[in-house]
Design a protein around this ligand. Structure first.
Ligand code: IMP
Ligand code: MG
Length: 195
């Protein structure tokens, strides 16, 4: 493929898409996402200058965010992955959070850890993650979320780095899914009001 063909491919983002029969409208364009990530990376680079950190990436939603953020960091990074699922409907979490990890969480002991999450909605997932990670004695623990819906947070949530604050709408794209579809979209889309 020529470079021209690839840029054409990327500029043809549709205004509306359909996933599982529901309509989503383009909401946050990729250059806004990229700018938000550059800002978070600059802050982390400054806050952790000269240190070595563990990025604990919460799968699957945070994979795109983590891939872009990690490459914008100029400090030494260890990448680890954790699966967090909250069983409920496709549009809201149930409040019960299950965690699965391939590598033992012992690796966080004595380390500077940043949890990388896609979105803080109710905040229940982030709270459960923080409680769990604290049990393994990290030297420090911070949380980075690409998106946050502050008006629907339930109680206080630790959020050290937030990319973009959004309205309480359901969004997909850039890692976020609707029933497992939409994660590959380079832009973020919101559920259409009438849908
Ligand atoms: P919580 O309500 O903050 O615990 O959100 C839990 C999880 O639900 C997040 O990590 C996301 O994976 C998912 N989630 C919350 N809001 C959205 C959304 O608008 N779109 C897609 N997934 C979401
Ligand atoms: Mg998720």
């Amino acid at each position: 493929m020529t470079p021209d063909a690839s840029s054409e491919l990327h500029s043809s983002a549709p205004e509306r898409i359909t996933l599982h029969g529901r309509t989503f409208i383009r909401y946050i364009e990729r250059h806004i996402i990229a700018e938000a990530i550059r800002t978070i990376a600059a802050t982390i680079n400054r806050d952790y200058a000269g240190r070595e950190i563990v990025l604990l990436v919460i799968l699957k939603g945070a994979m795109m965010f983590a891939a872009d953020l990690a490459r914008a960091l100029n400090i030494t990074v260890q990448l680890e992955f954790l699966r967090a699922s909250s069983y409920g409907s496709a549009l809201s979490s149930s409040g019960t959070v299950t965690l699965e990890s391939n590598s033992p969480l012992e690796i966080v002991r004595g380390r500077d850890v940043i949890i990388i999450e896609d979105i803080a909605d109710s905040g229940v997932t982030i709270r459960a993650l923080c409680n769990r990670i604290h049990q393994f004695g990290p030297r420090s623990l911070a949380v980075a979320a690409l998106l946050s819906k502050p008006s629907v947070h339930k109680g206080t949530i630790q959020l050290d780095y937030v990319g973009i604050e959004i309205e309480p709408v359901f969004v997909v794209g850039y890692g976020l899914d609707y029933n497992e579809l939409g994660r590959n979209l380079p832009d973020i889309y919101r559920l259409a009001d009438h849908d």
